[in-house]
Design a protein around this ligand. Structure first.
Ligand code: CP
Length: 312
């Protein structure tokens, strides 16, 4: 596998999940595979789970890891060709990507949507710039429109926890004081579309995700109705896609409570704002899978890195 950019790069989800669960039982069994190989992780935005789990996965595979907080420590990059660089940008992506490639066998990139200009965010300047000019595989550690490592960890968690032939999974929007990107929700939707599950998205009107991603997924604006008989409830905030990057609703009636959750398992990618996105009683209950999801981030990253290393 050359790059891992979206869940569409997974060639056989059931095999990957099985393999990840085997890796989880013996995480260092492929310690020789990455020996002498280096992964460089470039963070243009903050992280806890992605940074540590990807580092842990790489170390389990015997790789050396270099992490750089590019957003705060790197030179400001120019992405346009032919620009006269007489303003704030110090280095062109052409040189930066080629230089980083010399120090690495794989490059991981985290670069969120800025939520100011939809077209610019969807152009994925940072990750596409690295794909264009780097000479080594690229790993998406959350871009403007997708978070495929999170979605793979979520699929592993669902597989481990599910007891039914066709469980009901609900993706429920929740209020949040800050405008958040659509990446986690987008990749979770795409991941659900790869599996035979009853899947429904619920959100207030005006929070429709990109229809090119949701396609014919059922959308129910009545949250209580959507949650009926749910087996898994994945809660996530995102800002408006149509009124791009805006918060148009902070209705705390959408906050996840134990009453609404019923007997379903609760999922969230973290970080989660307590008593805004979800009440304490849910996060602290044994119905919450959030810590297990975070744990599975390591095995999601490890199966992806293993596939990349095997193809070098
Ligand atoms: N879920 C997730 O990506 O967490 P971080 O932002 O902390 O990496």
């Amino acid at each position: 596998m050359k790059n891992y950019l979206s869940v569409k790069d997974i060639n056989s989800l059931p095999n990957w999940i099985d393999e990840a669960i085997k890796i989880k039982k013996n995480p260092t069994k492929d310690k020789e595979l990455g020996k002498g190989k280096t992964i460089v992780l470039l963070f243009f935005n903050n992280s806890l789970r992605t940074r540590l789990s990807t580092q842990k996965a790489a170390m389990n595979l015997g790789m050396d890891v270099i992490v750089m907080n590019f957003g705060s420590e790197g030179w400001t990059l120019e992405y346009e060709d032919g620009t006269v660089m007489d303003k704030g940008k110090s280095e062109h992506i052409k040189e930066a990507a080629k230089v980083v490639s010399q120090y690495s066998d794989v490059i991981g990139i985290r670069a969120f949507a800025e939520l100011k200009d939809k077209q610019q965010d969807e152009a994925e300047l940072v990750i596409n710039g690295f794909i264009k000019y780097a000479t080594v595989p690229i790993l998406n550690m959350e871009s403007s429109v997708g978070h495929p490592l999170q979605a793979l960890a979520d699929a592993i968690t669902l597989s481990e926890q599910n007891t039914k032939p066709k469980p009901k999974v609900v993706l429920s929007w929740a209020p949040h004081p800050k405008a958040l990107p659509h990446a986690v929700a987008n990749s979770f939707v795409e991941m659900m579309q790869l599996q035979d599950m009853e899947f429904i998205i619920t959100h207030p009107k005006g929070y429709e995700l990109n229809t090119k991603i949701t396609k014919n997924t059922i959308i129910e604006h009545d949250q209580n109705k959507a949650l009926q008989n749910a087996d898994f409830v994945y809660v996530k905030n995102w800002s408006s896609y149509q009124d791009y990057g805006k918060i148009i609703n902070l209705d705390k009636n959408w906050t996840m409570t134990l009453d609404k959750l019923g007997s379903a398992k609760f999922m969230h990618c973290l970080p989660a704002r307590r008593n805004m996105v979800v009440v304490d009683a849910v996060l602290d209950s044994n119905q919450s899978l959030v810590i297990e999801q975070a744990n599975n981030r390591t095995y999601a990253a490890q199966i992806v890195l293993k596939k990349i290393l095997e193809s070098l």
